[in-house]
Design a protein around this ligand. Sequence first.
Ligand SMILES: NC(=O)c1ccc[n+]([C@@H]2O[C@H](COP(=O)([O-])OP(=O)(O)OC[C@H]3O[C@@H](n4cnc5c(N)ncnc54)[C@H](OP(=O)(O)O)[C@@H]3O)[C@@H](O)[C@H]2O)c1
Length: 256
Amino acid sequence: MPVHILITGASGGLGASLARRYARPGMILSLWGRDTARLEATAAQCRKHGAIVRLRTVDLQDTDAALKALRDEDDALAVDIAIFNAGLSDIRPPDALSEDPAHVLALCTVNFTTPAVLATEISHRMIKREIGRIALIGSTAAFHDLPFATGYSGSKAGLARFATALAGHARRYGVSVLLVSPGYIDTAMSRRLSGSRPLLISADRAASKIVRAIAQGRAHLLFPWPFHVVRGIEMITPRWIQQRLLARVKVSQKPR
Ligand SMILES: NC(=O)c1ccc[n+]([C@@H]2O[C@H](COP(=O)([O-])OP(=O)(O)OC[C@H]3O[C@@H](n4cnc5c(N)ncnc54)[C@H](OP(=O)(O)O)[C@@H]3O)[C@@H](O)[C@H]2O)c1
């Protein structure tokens, strides 16, 4: 039986690496993105390795349209593995008093609202079938009060709680839900940041870890490993101390 895998944000970065990692005969890949040319480039690489590829241009800022697309996708062929990977990042310009509310709306919609809505729909369908795997790509930013990225860290924190809550429910019906919390991955998203990207890993390496964790039916994948230590320290450090330390961090980004 062929395996049907849906990946959002497959037009580049981690999503494209995940698609290539799954590409082989017997795999049907439904790849979503906005940039058709880059989506086609990922598809061509996957077809070379023997996968059947279907492309869909979906803007995740339109949650209703994305939900309809997911229903169409799953009605046409039941999805076995759904990876909600697409994401947006943004940080407050150093001279601004706050982030742009319009950017925060986009971040919250693409990083939290739409993936939560889509994962709810596909979990319902998978639970009825008593089989399926879902992965939601969060970030280690979810665990920290980033004063320069309130929209990003807040949207990823919402996604993290949603993922673990859904995992607890869906597990009883044979459906696994994986929360992925990566540190820096070498993609266009992190390349926009000025300054160092500690413990940076390649998108291909990140994809291998994620594919393995999905196959194992795990509930949480946090990498690279030193972030487990950072998380442990964060859990025992009073919030006011964390916030004082984070207030000193200087980050800026190049324009899109
Ligand atoms: N890179 C890192 O250091 C890092 C660290 C932690 C977590 N993450 C997470 O990893 C995931 C993948 O990010 P990445 O690093 O691969 O970033 P990326 O290279 O910027 O790719 C982001 C992907 O998301 C898609 N996307 C963005 N806005 C969208 C929208 N409105 N509708 C549909 N698709 C949209 C993009 O599609 P188009 O280009 O076609 O618009 C692209 O395929 C994200 O959830 C990100 O938050 C990344």
